[in-house]
Design a protein around this ligand. Structure first.
Ligand SMILES: Nc1ncnc2c1ncn2[C@@H]1O[C@H](COP(=O)(O)OP(=O)(O)OP(=O)(O)O)[C@@H](O)[C@H]1O
Length: 347
């Protein structure tokens, strides 16, 4: 069993992004991770089989990049993140984060990375948010002035002021997520791994989290590796997206490039339009109505094109009450990729 448990006590203050030396911040070279699994085969027999969770993965991420890391369930995303934090030891290949081999120097690396899991909290459930942050200060050994500066900064940006004295268990999912993000950043990590940071959040909370992450990357130069099933996260945050499946990189490039890959037949996005009152199907160049339900109409348009001119020409000719854009599901984008032969390099 090579899995190890990382505790927050192993995390401590580290240098800022500005201290990063030249060269890729994350380097993954032909990495493999194979799990040996025992399964029942009949009443008394057990058989042993191997699961190749990561099967020859190579990529680099430069300091300051914000990269989407997507793929269907079981693709190997979490296994990659666990190897990048040092929790899991690779079966073969090499990994380096900020020049450090994660599984050999997990504690030293922990000072330089932050991790946010959307599905579980790293905060103390029964403690007020303020006390959780205070504990992290001691655990990370963050200098007083730095801690106060960062706390003020993130509490302000993430609107946590009124929540500081509320026990974590009483926070809403969106509030808890903002608390978790602040907690992961108090020690100034150079790189942050975010695993589904917008999962389960309402539209307003999602928008806040996205805006915060965009500013973090732009203003502090923090490198971000973002795992999500929500392609809107990628569209709004990441200029680069890596698609992995069966433990290998299937695509590495822009999201537009992914949608528009030759031979994929082109993915489609959907514009959902709420008219002020029911009317005949909207007629507009570049999109076609695929469904009408009372005042609501669904228009499909090529995912690789911008929605802005489409929205403008509809707004000029029809009385609009509201509109939104639905991205194609990651699974359908990947299914198209397979249909086109798979393993395509990015634009
Ligand atoms: N500890 C383990 N023991 C055995 N098999 C494992 C273990 N961890 C992961 N796997 C298997 O490895 C494969 C990749 O799993 P992983 O959790 O990395 O996928 P994922 O892309 O993160 O999926 P999801 O989107 O569902 O979180 C899956 O087949 C999974 O069942």
């Amino acid at each position: 069993m090579t899995e190890r448990t990382t505790t927050t006590t192993e995390l401590a203050a580290g240098p800022s992004a500005a201290a990063t030396s030249a060269g890729p911040l994350i380097e993954v070279r032909d990495v493999r991770k194979t799990f040996s699994v025992r399964r029942r085969a009949g009443r008394f027999r057990r058989t042993r089989s191997e699961v190749h969770a990561v099967a020859g993965l190579s990529f680099e991420v430069a300091a300051g990049e914000m990269v989407g890391y997507i793929g269907p369930n079981g693709a190997g995303k979490s296994t990659t993140i666990k190897m990048l934090t040092g929790i899991l030891v690779p079966t073969a290949g090499t990994l380096r984060v900020a020049g450090i081999e994660p599984s050999r120097e997990r504690i030293r690396l922990a000072r330089r990375i932050g991790v946010v899991f959307g599905q579980r909290t790293t905060l103390w459930w029964d403690l007020p948010l303020r006390d959780s942050f205070g504990l992290l200060r001691r655990i990370y050994r963050i200098p007083d002035a730095r801690y106060r500066e960062n706390l003020d900064h993130y509490v302000g940006l993430l609107e946590l002021g009124p929540l500081l004295d509320v026990p974590v268990r009483q926070l809403s999912l969106g509030q808890r997520m903002r608390g978790d993000i602040a907690a992961a950043l108090l020690h100034d990590p150079e790189v942050v791994y975010l695993d589904e940071p917008t999962i389960g959040l309402d539209i307003v909370s999602k928008a806040k989290v996205r805006e915060f992450l965009r500013d973090l990357n732009r203003e502090r130069g923090t490198t971000v590796l973002l795992t999500t099933h929500d392609l809107t996260d990628i569209e709004q945050l990441c200029s680069r997206v890596m698609v992995i499946d069966h433990g290998r990189v299937m695509y590495d490039g822009s999201l537009t490039g992914l949608h528009g890959l030759d031979g994929l037949g082109g993915s489609e996005r959907t514009l959902v339009v709420d008219l002020a009152e029911p009317g005949p199907p909207i007629e507009v160049a570049g999109a076609s109505v695929v469904r009408v339900d009372g005042p609501r109409q669904w228009l499909a348009f090529p995912a690789a094109t911008s929605a802005a001119p489409l929205v403008a020409s509809i707004a000029a000719r029809y009385p609009l009450a509201d509109l939104s854009i639905q991205e194609p599901a990651i699974e359908s984008v990947i299914a198209r990729m397979y249909a086109a032969g798979g393993d395509v390099s990015g634009a």
